[in-house]
Design a protein around this ligand. Structure first.
Ligand SMILES: [Zn+2]
Length: 282
C-alpha cells in the first residue's frame, strides 16, 4: 500500500468513527431543547406555582383566608384532624372557598430527634402503623369536612419508618393512596417531565420576603418547573410564619399574565402533569 493510500484510508476510518461517536451521543443524550419540548404547561405559562400550608394552624383560617380569598388564588392546606376540630367553622369556610384540603397524617409523626415527636417517633413506627395513621386522617377529614383527600404532605418532610437495617421508605404507601406526596425544605424544584409525584419537592415560604419568593419563581421559570411553596402560620413576620403582606403581594404577582405563572392547587397541577404524561404514553 502506498503511503498516500494509507493516509487516505486512515482519514476515511477517522471520519467514520467520528460520525459513529456523534450518532452515539445523539442517542444517549437528547438535545436540551428536545427535553424542554416534551412537556407543555398551558398556553402562555412558563412555570407552575402551588401555595401550601401545613398542620391546620389556626392563623391559616383566622388570618390566611382573609388574605387569600380576595385574590382568588386557591391553595392547598395539608391538615391534621385534631387541629381542624379547633376551628371547624373556619375550615368549612376554607372548603367552601375552593381551597384544597390535603392529608398531613393523624398524629404528625416525625423523627424522635425533634423533642415534640419523641413519643411519636418515626423510628418506632412500623409500616402498618404509618398506614393506619395516614388512613385514619382520611376517615376523620371525610367525616369533619366531607372531603376525600387526594394529596399528602410528609410531616417534617420525612419519608421513613423504623431504624437501622429495618428502615423502610413509606413513599410506596403514599404512592398507592395519593396523587401527590409533598416533601419539605427540598433544594430543587419539580421537573414536570421527570419528577416522582409521590415525593414532590416542597420549597419553604416561611420567613421569606416578597422579593425572595419572586426570585425563586423566576429561577423555577428558567427550568419550566413546578414550585410548591410550603408554609405554616400566616401573619406577621415570625417563627414558621409566611408573612401576610408578602403573601398578598405574591398572589398579585402570580396572577399577572405578563409573568407567565400558572397558579393552582397541588391536586390540579398534579393531575395536569399526570394527564400530560399519559398523553405521551408515559
Ligand atoms: Zn407539619
Amino acid at each position: 500500500m502506498s503511503r498516500r493510500l494509507g493516509c487516505e484510508l486512515i482519514s476515511v476510518l477517522l471520519s467514520l468513527s467520528f460520525a459513529m461517536i456523534v450518532r452515539e451521543q445523539s442517542v444517549c443524550a437528547p438535545h436540551p431543547q428536545a427535553i424542554a419540548k416534551a412537556f407543555h404547561w398551558p398556553t402562555g405559562k412558563r412555570v407552575a406555582v402551588s401555595l401550601s400550608f401545613d398542620d391546620a394552624r389556626r392563623s391559616q383560617v383566622d388570618r390566611g383566608l382573609d388574605v387569600l380569598n380576595p385574590t382568588g388564588v386557591k391553595v392547598t392546606f395539608f391538615v391534621v384532624p385534631r387541629n381542624v376540630k379547633q376551628r371547624l367553622e373556619g375550615w368549612k369556610r376554607a372548603v367552601a372557598s375552593g381551597h384544597e384540603i390535603g392529608n398531613h397524617s393523624l398524629t404528625h409523626p416525625c423523627s424522635g430527634n425533634f423533642p415534640f415527636s419523641l413519643h411519636n417517633a418515626l423510628e418506632n413506627y412500623t409500616w402498618e402503623q404509618i398506614a393506619q395513621n395516614v388512613d385514619g386522617a382520611n376517615a376523620e377529614i371525610q367525616q369533619l369536612l366531607g372531603v376525600h383527600m387526594v394529596t399528602f404532605a410528609y410531616p417534617c418532610g420525612q419519608k421513613f419508618v423504623g431504624r437501622g437495617r429495618q428502615v423502610k421508605s413509606y413513599v410506596p404507601l403514599i404512592a398507592e393512596r395519593f396523587l401527590v406526596g409533598r416533601g419539605f425544605s427540598d433544594e430543587y424544584f419539580n421537573d414536570p417531565a421527570f419528577c416522582d409525584l409521590a415525593q414532590a419537592s416542597g420549597t419553604v415560604s416561611d420567613n421569606l420576603e416578597y422579593t425572595q419568593m419572586v426570585n425563586l419563581i423566576s429561577r423555577a421559570a428558567t427550568q419550566g418547573s413546578w414550585i410548591i411553596f410550603a408554609g405554616h402560620e400566616i401573619g406577621e413576620k415570625g417563627f414558621q410564619t409566611t408573612d401576610a403582606s408578602a403573601l398578598a403581594a405574591l398572589c398579585k404577582y402570580i396572577q399577572d399574565p405578563a409573568n407567565g405563572v400558572w397558579v393552582d392547587t397541588v391536586e390540579n397541577i398534579g393531575r395536569y402533569i399526570q394527564q400530560q404524561r399519559a398523553g405521551r404514553g408515559k
